[in-house]
Design a protein around this ligand. Sequence first.
Ligand code: NAD
Ligand code: ZN
Ligand code: ZN
Length: 394
Amino acid sequence: MRAVTWQGPRKVSVDTVPDPRIEQPTDAIIKITSTNICGSDLHLYQPLAPFMSEGDVMGHEPMGVVQEVGSETGDLKVGDRVVIPFQISCGHCYMCDQTLYTQCETTQVKEMGTGAALFGFSKLYGEVPGGQAEYLRVPQAQFTHILVPEGAPDDRFVYLSDVLPTAYQAVEYATVPEGGTLVVLGLGPIGDMATRIAQTKPISRVIAVDLVPERLARARARGVEVVDLNEHDDDLGDVIREMTGGRGPDSVVDAVGMEAHGSPGASFIQKVAGLLPDVVARPLMEKAGVDRLAALYSAIDIVRRGGTVSLIGVYGGMMDPLPMMIMFDKQIQLRMGQANVKKWVPDIMPLLTDEDPLGVDSFATHRLPLDQAPHAYDIFQKKADGAVKIILKP
Ligand SMILES: NC(=O)c1ccc[n+]([C@@H]2O[C@H](COP(=O)([O-])OP(=O)(O)OC[C@H]3O[C@@H](n4cnc5c(N)ncnc54)[C@H](O)[C@@H]3O)[C@@H](O)[C@H]2O)c1
Ligand SMILES: [Zn+2]
Ligand SMILES: [Zn+2]
């Protein structure tokens, strides 16, 4: 089959690789019909390069049709239309019982000390072949799928793999009080969708920050107040406090993560580590951290005293300096983590209707054949050509 493979920092290619087959009784094989590129793929594309191997199949936002099932995949049937969550979870362990699916004890990657295995996500998360391919082997398939109805096009449901539940968790973890104010940092797919989810809640004001004109315009067009970071790189906290009666917002979602613009400090470490041999680079990144913490620092600065910061952007460093005095003094509540995808699906499904309140049908800016993946990664990484969300079609 054809698949998008990692070939080195900032280099993916589309190659012929062996077809996946059933290896465990709990496996299923999915024929992929749509598969997205995510901001998280960009971390693998460059800063997390030392954890990748040449030939790794990328991707964790696929949907398609069940092609084959093992003998222990429950009710899943050949021909079912399914979206595959980015994390692999069993549905019956201690963590899954608490809907903490990203911590599944059956699939935790114990050698690396990380949570549930993820599709297409480097050695850190089990090096499981990903979904930017024609076919995908789904482990723990009895639970690792979301059944969706026939009829509407893939665009309606494909974001259930990641963007929708991630944005939903970001807003839930922000615990905005009724009538309160939420600031969303970053208007990539996750931040953009978080503003849309927030608009369905009893939140009175949603303010978003980014620096890419067309991303700001997309949010503004849907009634979000936007702040252009290009104009307020030095005084963002003051500007937002001014907009919120001098106090700051009740909650801040950081939907940026470690690719943040604005703190050059650690960027050279990423670059240097990307060029070093793995044996040298991996410990360096684990110890020194690969983070650029600009967005997190902004969130801590902006949020009102006693408010909540919800970190949904991914951070990967092990020794990052945090302003503990400010965090403690402001009595900030901090919540974070990978999204527990299936936990939020029952809340989201009623919003995926023909009325399309979240605008999912027109959310993608690009729909490209799988073979154009190298170009797609390039424009998404550079935020060129108006690329916000790209769906690849195998
Ligand atoms: N927790 C999860 O389960 C989960 C799931 C999916 C994605 N993510 C993470 O969420 C983050 C966003 O993903 P995405 O797909 O939207 O990616 P993205 O890279 O397209 O979006 C990031 C946006 O932040 C903007 N930005 C950069 N620096 C900023 C700053 N200092 N202040 C404000 N905005 C800034 C960028 O211009 C960009 O529009 C990534 O870190 C991704 O890994 C987390
Ligand atoms: Zn993703
Ligand atoms: Zn489990």
